[in-house]
Design a protein around this ligand. Structure first.
Ligand SMILES: NC(=O)c1ccc[n+]([C@@H]2O[C@H](COP(=O)([O-])OP(=O)(O)OC[C@H]3O[C@@H](n4cnc5c(N)ncnc54)[C@H](OP(=O)(O)O)[C@@H]3O)[C@@H](O)[C@H]2O)c1
Length: 343
């Protein structure tokens, strides 16, 4: 349970009328005590194995470094607990398939915490695509540019002062928590660099918006172990083509953009804004006020367990993203396109 869990997962769990935060787990005792006091969690654990062994739980949120996702999620499912696991669900497609199969056998809810599935403009874009607002989807052109390299050096002081604006609405306290993280500096052990971490959202969003797994992936990266730059070309199983660019050390404010081209129109998305352009019609611009958020990953997780909602980010979404991510790193290593066999 680290900075992201505290910022994104704990608030909706605490607010949910039918959820109770029973215990928190992390190794740093001072940070653990501080988080437990802040949220009123009755019990704390320094070892996730002890927590799973000793604590009466119904469900867990796994928001650890990427290399722990599979092991912790698997142990929790094996113990009969519902699991919400952060992105990327696992580092290997075989592990993601194993989790999906185990959850099915155990009849448990397994979800991936892809927060774009709850946030505009992504939710609005999906709604428009489902309503055939731009006709049959043909091509997605997407990019994300972040100051992710700041995480690579914990001594880097650019989190405060002149570059603080890059954090876009993140408070100084949250920035300090982000700065504390160390697992991103061990990029290779955590599946790769920027593309495995933030690029997971870009890749997932393409597959989710197109409602299709990837079929062929060709990736070029500056370094397949600790990539800051990745350029990908994908053909999805549905036939949709995707072009993705991930920039992990932007010297200017964070940015992302998605351009979705259909047979009769196009959707253009950036921060908090979506523009719909159609043949022979005036363009329509939606801002955040016209695109309400669809809740949160943790809130949806509880509602799914209770049988009150459908999952907005499923285990299969997690599996598809991991399959395409694994193919991308293999492609970057080999310098050739990699095909993903159909499920
Ligand atoms: N969807 C999004 O937009 C988004 C944004 C940010 C992060 N995330 C995801 O959230 C997850 C956590 O990222 P973060 O940014 O929150 O990083 P973080 O602050 O470093 O959190 C990771 C936490 O895992 C704990 N941990 C590490 N090893 C552990 C172990 N062996 N046993 C128990 N706890 C352990 C760490 O605490 P100790 O060192 O004290 O054990 C730390 O608190 C990642 O999967 C990341 O991809 C998602």
């Amino acid at each position: 349970m680290g900075a992201y869990a505290r910022r994104a997962h704990l608030p909706p769990l605490l607010q949910h009328p039918h959820a109770e935060v029973a215990a928190l787990c992390r190794r740093n005792p001072a940070r653990l005590a501080e988080a437990a006091a802040a949220v009123g969690a009755p019990r704390t654990y320094a070892s996730w194995q002890d927590m799973l062994r000793g604590e009466p739980l119904d469900a867990v949120v796994v928001s650890t470094p990427h290399d722990l996702h599979y092991e912790v999620a698997r142990a929790a499912l094996a113990r009969g607990l519902h699991v919400l696991v952060d992105k990327p669900m696992t580092l290997r497609a075989a592990h993601a398939r194993d989790l999906v199969a185990l959850a099915q056998r155990q009849r448990l809810t397994l979800m991936t915490a892809f927060n774009r599935h709850y946030e505009p403009p992504f939710t609005k874009a999906r709604e428009l695509l489902d309503d055939a607002a731009v006709g049959e989807l043909r091509l997605i052109d997407a990019y994300a540019a972040y100051d992710w390299d700041l995480w690579l050096d914990p001594a880097d002081t650019r989190f405060s002062g002149a570059a603080a604006h890059m954090l876009h609405g993140v408070s100084n306290e949250q920035a300090a928590l982000l700065h504390e993280t160390s697992f991103r500096a061990a990029a290779a052990a955590n599946g790769g660099g920027f593309f495995a971490d933030v690029g997971a959202h870009v890749l997932d969003a393409c597959l989710w918006l197109a409602r299709s797994p990837a079929a062929t992936v060709f990736a070029q990266m500056d370094s397949p172990q600790t990539d800051l730059y990745a350029a990908l070309s994908l053909r999805l199983a549905s036939g949709v083509l995707c072009s993705l660019a991930c920039i992990g050390d932007t010297p200017v404010p964070r940015d992302f953009g998605f351009h979705l081209y259909g047979a009769t129109g196009a959707i253009h998305m950036r921060w908090g804004e979506l523009r719909l352009e159609r043949e022979l019609r005036d363009p329509v611009t939606f801002d955040n006020a016209a695109m309400p958020a669809a809740g949160s990953a943790a809130g949806n997780f509880i509602d799914v367990i209770l049988g009150r909602a459908a999952p907005r980010a499923t285990a299969h979404d997690g599996l598809r993203q991991v399959e395409a991510m694994e193919a991308a790193y293999q492609s970057a290593h080999e310098g050739a396109p990699v095909s993903i066999p159909p499920a």
